[in-house]
Design a protein around this ligand. Structure first.
Ligand code: DNO
Length: 404
């Protein structure tokens, strides 16, 4: 009994090869068709090619992360019908190829946000950090989103002004570029590299002018109602990823941030196939989220786990700490997931793999001389994998005591 060990692999251009993943003891690969734009169909031929490549290296394609949800679905506008039909076809094609777990998110415009991609921790490693006043400086003074200041308290506004005033033009540009392009470009981000990337980002934000929390919830509910039958028919379990960070940014609504949010989503379409990607790192950036209680409450619907840890800072700030070192009680989370796996086995459920991946990682050792997408260095993630795997093996032993 053990959760399946997986790794996010960015395809042929990834600096970590499939051979290396195999050497590291990876069982399942988490990947996507990165060359297919959000909203287009994942064709069977393309899926089979990637799948065969993974299998040639002795592993299997464990999770499709992400099958991106196009903005037109989240805003339920324009060509919604075409986008919905395409999503259904992609699910059908994935199921036909034997890929039964699909991760997605429903975050407007921005998939995740950090203000510092190179924060040095006490040991000299590098990690990623989110500082709210710096984000406000980006929003109000660099991006100049109309009426942005209204979304912040006078205190944060003041801090933001001071931060922006201290930054050089080049530093301001780097901050904006990191938030809008660098952290998004490798995962089907809404805005790609261009000279007018800030304006294009503002245009996207504007499409949410009349979409508050209730409207976004309705749009997700409609989308689920429209696609879940196709997922069930294809034998695919969908799993929604948490908002990262799990609180509103840029005046945009957030609907997958708390236990209440997830219970609402899973109840919206009552099927095992309507599941959750349990991301301990994203969820723990909010101090009022009780991660262990959430794991308990959502366990039967957890189809995929992103395991990492954070330490929170004052005023909504946080940084990514080591995988076991932070506010998340990883022991308790793993115990819940392993017990859930045992329950599924006893109940004869098919979804017993329970894949997890070491989510993100510190930059350490030779990571400083290697190229990697932000958050995805080799050695820091490998360390996280080893730590989590060691812990899960020990817990599994306590759950099924060996007979002497
Ligand atoms: C960033 C990740 C996200 C996440 C997707 C899931 O590193 O946390 O890209 O995987 O949002 O849909």
């Amino acid at each position: 009994m053990a959760l399946e060990k997986t790794w996010r692999w960015f395809g042929a251009g990834d600096s970590v090869s499939l051979q290396w993943l195999r050497q590291m003891g990876i069982e399942g690969v988490v990947t996507a068709l990165y060359n297919v734009p959000a909203g287009e169909v994942w064709q069977t031929g393309d899926i089979r090619t990637v799948k065969a490549e993974i299998e040639r290296n002795g592993m299997h394609w464990s999770v499709a992360e992400s099958l991106p949800v196009a903005e037109g679905i989240k805003t339920h506008s324009g060509d919604y019908t075409r986008l919905r039909d395409n999503y259904r076809r992609s699910l059908h094609n994935l199921g036909a190829c034997g890929i039964d777990t699909v991760c997605y998110n429903f975050m407007p415009v921005l998939d995740w946000a950090r203000t510092n991609l190179h924060f040095r921790n006490e040991q000299g490693g590098e990690t990623m950090l989110f500082d709210y006043p710096t984000f406000a400086a980006f929003d109000i003074h660099i991006l100049r989103r109309p009426d942005a200041a209204e979304d912040y308290t006078p205190h944060v506004r003041q801090q933001a002004q001071e931060i922006a005033a201290r930054m050089t033009g080049a530093q301001q540009e780097e901050l904006a570029h990191n938030i809008i392009v660098v952290t998004q470009a490798f995962i089907h981000g809404a805005v790609s590299e261009s000279n007018d990337y800030k304006q294009r980002f503002l245009d996207y934000l504007d499409t949410y002018r009349h979409i508050g929390k209730e409207e976004l919830r309705d749009n997700l509910a409609r989308f689920l109602k429209d696609i879940m039958p196709a997922a069930e028919e294809a034998g695919v379990n969908l799993c929604i990823h948490a908002d990262d960070p799990p609180f509103p940014l840029l005046g945009l609504p957030r609907i997958a941030s708390t236990q209440e949010d997830f219970l609402r989503i899973t109840a919206q379409y009552d099927s095992t196939a309507n599941g959750v990607t349990f991301c301990t790192g994203s969820l723990s950036a909010r101090p009022d989220n009780d991660i262990v209680a959430m794991a308990h409450a959502l366990a039967p619907r957890i189809h995929f786990a992103h395991l990492r840890n954070t330490r929170t800072l004052p005023q909504f700030g946080f940084y990514e700490s080591g995988h076991l070192d932070g506010t998340v009680d990883m022991f308790a989370v793993l115990e819940i997931l392993l017990k859930e796996q045992a329950d599924r086995i006893r109940a004869g459920r098919k979804d017993i793999r329970m894949p997890f991946r070491p989510d993100h990682g510190l930059r350490i050792l030779d990571d400083f001389s290697r190229t990697a997408n932000p958050g995805y260095p080799l050695y820091g993630r490998l360390k996280g994998l080893a730590e989590i795997d060691g812990m899960q093996q020990a817990i599994a032993r306590t759950l099924t005591p060996m007979r002497c």
